[in-house]
Design a protein around this ligand. Structure first.
Ligand SMILES: [Zn+2]
Length: 128
């Protein structure tokens, strides 16, 4: 317990940690929902393409579908990345005494930045 208090004093305070934790949880809920909904959209798209069996190379319609599908896929990937980053941050906030410290320069990441971007690993200077 004592060790934990000392560790907590090094990074963010317990109150700050609590605020960041709740920001993380609400961002994570949003990211998980977005990833799930984009996943469903992508699945529907793939299914629709399979049903119509359009020729991607020769049918101009097919090219549009392929483009839309690639776009949907990259949005899905981004959503999954966001969700993973938030899950990682949530695991770190309880276990890592360096939480809130920049991974590049080891200086304290500002509380405002942590509340706005709770999964960030870099301070505002290093993120530039
Ligand atoms: Zn930094």
């Amino acid at each position: 317990m004592y060790e934990w208090l000392v560790a907590a004093a090094k990074g963010v305070t317990i109150m700050e940690r609590r605020a960041i934790r709740s920001a993380l949880l609400s961002d994570l809920a949003r990211a998980a929902e977005q990833a799930a909904s984009l996943g469903r959209q992508f699945d529907d798209m793939v299914e629709a393409t399979e049903l119509t069996n359009t020729d991607d190379e020769h049918d101009p319609e097919g090219a549009t579908i392929a483009f839309e599908r690639a776009q949907a896929y990259s949005m899905l990937e981004q959503a999954v990345r966001d969700r993973t980053a938030l899950q990682d941050a949530l695991a770190r906030i309880d276990e890592d005494s360096d939480f809130g410290l920049c991974q590049r320069c080891a200086s304290q990441i500002g509380l405002e930045r942590l509340l706005a971007l709770p999964a960030t690993l870099l301070c505002v200077e290093c993120a530039r």
